[in-house]
Ligand binder design. Sequence first.
Ligand code: PLP
Length: 285
Amino acid sequence: RTVYLNGEYLPENEAKVSIFDRAFLMADGVYEVTSVLDGKLIDFDGHAVRLARSLNELDMKNPISKEDLLEVHRELVRRNNIEEGLVYLQITRGAPNDRDFVFPDPETTEPTIVLFTQNKPGLGNDPKAKQGLKVISIEDQRWGRRDIKTVQLLYPSLGKMMAKKAGADDAWMVQDGFVTEGTSNNAYFIKGNTIVTRALSNDILHGITRAAVLRFAEEAQMKVEERNFTIEEAQTGDEAFISSASAFVMPVIEIDGVQLGDGTPGARVARLREIYLEEMRKAAV
Ligand code: PLP
C-alpha cells in the first residue's frame, strides 16, 4: 500500500513518525474518514469543512489547502486501485523535541499529516444492510467536546468491545438518560413518518452522513425531529438506524434485547439508504 506522510507518497513500511508526536503521547490530533464508491470520494467537501472546524477548535493550524487535500485523496485512491473503500486522514499537532503539556510553538513544530487507504470491496453492498444490527446501551463516558473529531477513541473502542462481548454489533451511548450516539455513528429511530435523532451540540459528532440523511428525509416523505430521546422510546420505534461515512445508513433491529417491529430491517430505512447511496454516488468526486 502506498501512504501519504507530510508531503510524500511512501510504501507503508517506510512511513515513520516521531515517538514525540503529540497524537502518540496525548491524542492531540484530529481525523476524517471518507468513503470511496466507484473509485470516487463520497462527500469530500463535507469532510474537508469539518476537518477545518476541528483544527480551528483545537487551535491547530491547517497544513493543507482543500484543493491539495482532494488531490492527495485522489492520488492515493488511484495508486492503490481503490474501487470501494475508505481514505483515512489524520492531522496532529506535530512532534516537538520533548513531552510537554504546553502546546509547542507552531512556528517551529509542523503538524503531522498522514493519509492511507483501506480497500473494502463490497462496501456499497454490505449484507449487514439486509440483516440489520443489534445494539446495546452503555453509559457515555467520553469527554465533553465530542463535536471535535479527535483521535481520542479509547472509550468508543471499549464500547465496541462491550457490544461484542454481549453478542451485539455496536453500543449506543447514554448520558443523563438520553442517547447521544453510537460508538462510531449517529443514532436514530423512526416512529410513523418521523425520524428522531439527537440535536447537534458539543455532546455528539456532527456527522457528515447525518447532515445528508436529514437533507434527504423530505425526498423519502419523512419528517425530522432533532431532540433528546431515551433507549425506552427508541425501543418503541417502528424502525431504527445508524449513519456514518463508512456504514452509510444501516438498519438497527434490536436495542438492548428488544426487537423493533418484526425484528427485520424495515422499508423506511431501506428507502433512506437507497436515496443516500444514489444521490451521493451521483455527487461523488
Ligand atoms: N459519531 C461518532 C462518535 C463517530 O465516530 C462518527 C464517525 O466516525 C459519526 C458519529 C458519524 O460521522 P460521519 O457521518 O461524519 O462519518
